[in-house]
Design a protein around this ligand. Structure first.
Ligand SMILES: Nc1ncnc2c1ncn2[C@@H]1O[C@H](COP(=O)(O)OP(=O)(O)OP(=O)(O)O)[C@@H](O)[C@H]1O
Length: 391
């Protein structure tokens, strides 16, 4: 091994050819590792792999296109295990390995968008074929999980008939600040930028007004919310705006899906046959308007007994997985039917905020990484351009 201690100017030092060759082998081995969120090897993704060597240490860096803060340790471990045999001999024998995981979140290509949405890189719709399956609960926890993984996230409550986000976020009674007589500044909650019709309607708003007012207000929330305000980021950009869609697959949903360029949709279902039939309608609706279906979340899949911890699939097992396979999409994850999920959401502090290191939050974070990874894949597809080969 070269003695680096006598030099100080490492940056400009030429790496000897034999070390260079071994570093290339390290990069190749890393390229074969499977990205758990997509199931694809890094080589098949637009993942950036860097390797370097200094002072007896091999440095590796992998850059993924989705937020993955909590995957750092497991990647470092997998890279070490994969590279150790390679570093048993040769000029790098005995070198330490230090690995870093980075992410760089891209932007979904859109056509013309309202000024206020230009600061938003990707819009993810959370939808369900029918009401009551836990769509809002999933949307809130998904948004919190994306943020926990390191992304800058906004949450729009488009569920105009039953805006439940203020309750779930503990922001009831708050009003968004108005700027320039026309624009709403999102309400900050648990690190998210949030907007809901619940912030605009008061309890005195007569029920008969809610329908017509609601669709107009939804339009206003879409075009007049300053998503770039107040998230502290220098460029004021949001990586993801999660939209809690109205339940069902009617005209409102279709219009909304077409009005803004959605990066993708997450469909929430419960495992019962009837809910699955409705979820299929959701998949088909998004396909019709060319919105990528990021995957299915099966909610209330297993019941955990709060006395003994025993789990059973009271609504049946495997429905979401089968349906995802039948319709060419994927199961992003399954959430248990758990009293804590309901209590925490009803109490204004959803599970991912209330118990960030708990088992349920871990499930939501895995769902978030998988969904965001699909957004990454979808935007790569858009950008795909045949490579010009040299003849
Ligand atoms: N995994 C779960 N375990 C226990 N309770 C849950 C779970 N998911 C959601 N809930 C509860 O079920 C109820 C309905 O959930 P939620 O409001 O998220 O459903 P929704 O599909 O958005 O309904 P709507 O169609 O009315 O908007 C809420 O009280 C919520 O706290």
């Amino acid at each position: 091994m070269t003695d680096h201690h006598s030099h100080h100017d490492h940056d400009h030092e030429e790496i000897p050819a034999d070390i260079q060759r071994q570093l290339e082998q390290v990069a190749e081995v890393i390229g074969l590792l499977e990205d758990p969120a997509t199931g694809l090897p890094l080589d098949q993704l637009e993942a950036e792999i860097e390797v370097g060597f200094d002072e007896g240490t091999v440095y590796t860096g992998v850059t993924l296109g989705y937020p993955c803060a909590s995957a750092q340790a497991s990647w470092a471990e997998r890279i070490r295990t994969a590279c150790e045999p390679l570093l048993a001999e040769g000029p790098l024998a005995g070198a330490e390995i230090q690995s870093d995981l980075f992410f760089d979140i891209g932007r979904t290509e859109t056509g013309e968008v309202p000024e206020s949405l230009r600061a938003v890189k990707n819009i993810i719709a959370v939808a369900s074929g029918k009401g009551g399956v836990g769509k809002s609960t999933t949307a809130v926890n998904l948004a919190l999980a994306l943020a926990a993984e390191g992304a800058r996230v906004g949450l729009l409550d488009a569920d105009i008939y039953g805006p439940s986000l203020p309750t779930m976020l503990g922001t009831e009674g708050l009003r968004p600040e108005v700027k320039g007589g026309k624009f709403f500044v999102p309400v900050a909650a648990h690190g998210l930028q949030t907007m809901s019709l619940g912030y605009l309607l008061t309890e005195d708003t007569p029920a008969v007004w809610r329908g017509p007012m609601a669709s107009g207000a939804l339009n206003q929330m879409l075009t007049q919310t300053l998503w770039s305000e107040g998230n502290g980021a220098e460029d004021g950009e949001l990586d993801y705006l999660v939209v809690d869609m109205p339940p069902g697959t009617g005209d409102i949903q279709l219009t909304l899906a077409q009005k803004v360029t959605l990066s993708g949709a997450v469909i929430v279902t419960t495992p019962q046959d009837l809910a699955l039939v409705d979820a299929i309608k959701g998949v088909e609706m998004f396909r019709k308007v060319s919105v990528p279906v990021l995957g299915i979340v099966e909610n209330m899949s297993l019941h955990t007994c709060s006395n003994c911890g025993h789990r059973e699939p009271i609504f049946g097992a495997g429905g979401g997985e089968q349906m995802a396979a039948d319709y060419g999409t994927r199961l992003l994850g399954q959430l248990p039917l758990a009293m804590s999920i309901r209590e925490q959401a009803d109490g204004g502090k959803p599970t991912v905020a209330a118990e960030p290191e708990g088992e349920v939050a871990t499930l939501y974070r895995e769902i978030a990484r998988k969904a965001a990874a699909q957004v990454w894949l979808a935007s790569e597809d858009d950008a795909a351009f045949p490579e010009i080969e040299e003849v």
